[in-house]
Write a new protein. Structure first.
Length: 438
């Protein structure tokens, strides 16, 4: 068997947008980092299926604060990365974001977090909705229904209110954004090894000491970070830490569909992001007159959980396409739904409460940044800093479980409690939408 490869201070398992962000931050703080990914390149896993939305409506203050901090990093992307990627960078497109209200959203709680974090917003009534976004039907269709339900086609009953955040938008190329972070990490000395599958997490007693790859090679490091997306549960099993997690992660198949935006929706810039829990969908404009439509996990839909993250149907299905496209068409009456589906399929890494786990574990030196799919792409510029703070505190002897690390975010000056991302938390119905909106 090959000897250990010595010299790395940290191994990051996974080169999605979150893994690349973690690698960049660890390297920026002086660690010699090796990133391992079983795929062919940065961002080629679940990142590639991301709608790359940038929004701020979450169910906890920490989540709101982190997303608001991340937006500032996207605006100053070149400064954050300390350079470009062969002269180019992914681009943040600010379109504004609208959240249509539905039962159980706790608007006053979210807007209170906005006030505390300094996120600008406006509250719109139905008349304002109609005047500001005339292409959008402000009718109330609640609750979400299957397209095959006769009630799906009934007229709306009443009208909706909403809140608008003008700073929302999207990143134009999620895979390239991951590559940007990889390039920045490489400038700081990180090494990336693709088509490198981890088959063992090596440990000495209660401490991690590295990993073994499918080809038999071994790499040693005192710090290993699991950022392996939909394979996160499998890697935690290799590390022997699954039993200590109160919150688990599971792979879930997800589809996002591409349509042509209706007349009046995309003008000089793509139309805004719309979070529509009233119908159970979300959509955002895209360059060249496109519209991306995804699902918001309404109770009427069956979620496609996977036993094996590698065993799933890779093509979009008519059933999911019609559910998402026709829901969007109820909100945008001029939207045309072509007979032939078009879109992308990805496998998400989803935690029980749809919130990520950024934490240490009981295996000394082994850390996780998991459960991120669906709603954490926007936070990639900040997640590395969160992990770095937890790692530095823990390696210095702090008991992060008993005394969670607090971090002051450098751009906004907001202080967040990283215990909110603990693996030891319990499912709390008041702290999540239990959907992609977190």
């Amino acid at each position: 068997m090959p000897d250990h490869t010595l010299g790395a201070d940290a191994i990051v398992i996974g080169a999605g947008v979150i893994g690349c962000g973690v690698a960049y931050e660890l390297a920026r703080h002086g660690r010699r980092v090796v990133v391992l990914d079983r795929g062919p390149g940065a961002g080629h896993g679940s990142t590639s299926a991301s709608s790359a939305c940038v929004r701020f409506n979450y169910s906890t203050f920490t989540a709101v604060a982190v997303s608001w901090e991340a937006k500032q990093r996207w605006v100053g992307w070149e400064d954050h990365l300390e350079g470009t990627d062969d002269g180019q960078l992914a681009r943040f497109v600010q379109t504004g974001a609208l959240c249509l209200e539905s039962p159980g959203q706790q608007r006053s709680k979210v807007l209170g977090f906005f006030d505390r974090a300094g996120v600008p917003y406006e509250v719109w009534d139905a008349e304002t909705l109609a005047s500001r976004l005339p292409a959008l039907d402000p009718g109330r269709f609640w609750p979400p229904k299957r397209v095959t339900d006769a009630g799906f086609w009934e007229d709306p009953h009443g009208t909706l209110t909403a809140y608008w955040t003008p700073d929302g938008g999207f990143v134009d190329d999620p895979v390239f954004a991951a590559h940007n972070l990889m390039a920045a990490a490489v400038r700081r000395g990180a090494e990336f090894r693709f088509r490198s599958e981890v088959t063992r997490v090596l440990r000495s007693g209660d401490a991690v000491e590295g990993v073994e790859l499918a080809d038999g090679a071994r790499l040693s490091a005192p710090v290993v970070v699991n950022v392996s997306g939909p394979h996160s549960g499998h890697v935690n099993g290799l590390a022997g830490v699954l039993d200590e997690f109160n919150i688990r992660t599971r792979p879930m198949r997800q589809e996002v569909h591409h349509l042509a935006a209706p007349e009046g929706w995309n003008h000089d810039v793509p139309g805004p992001m719309v979070a529509d829990l009233d119908l159970g969908t979300y959509f955002r404009g895209a360059p060249a007159g496109g519209l991306l439509v995804g699902g918001a996990e309404p109770e009427c839909d069956d979620l496609q959980w996977l036993d094996d993250a590698d065993d799933y149907r890779p093509n979009v299905t008519r059933e999911v396409y019609e559910a998402q496209a026709y829901r969007a068409a109820r909100r945008l009456p001029a939207l045309r739904v072509p007979n032939r589906p078009a879109g992308v399929v990805g496998v998400y890494d989803v935690a029980d409460d749809w919130a990520p786990i950024y934490d240490r574990t009981g295996l000394s030196g082994y850390y996780v940044a998991i459960g991120t799919s669906g709603n954490q792409f926007k936070n990639a510029p900040v997640v590395g800093q969160l992990l770095n703070a937890i790692i530095e505190a823990t390696e210095a002897g702090r008991d992060h479980d008993a005394h969670p690390t607090r971090l002051t975010l450098p751009v906004t000056g907001l202080t967040v409690d990283l215990g909110d991302y603990s693996r030891l938390r319990h499912v709390d119905r008041s702290r999540s939408s239990f959907s992609v909106f977190g």
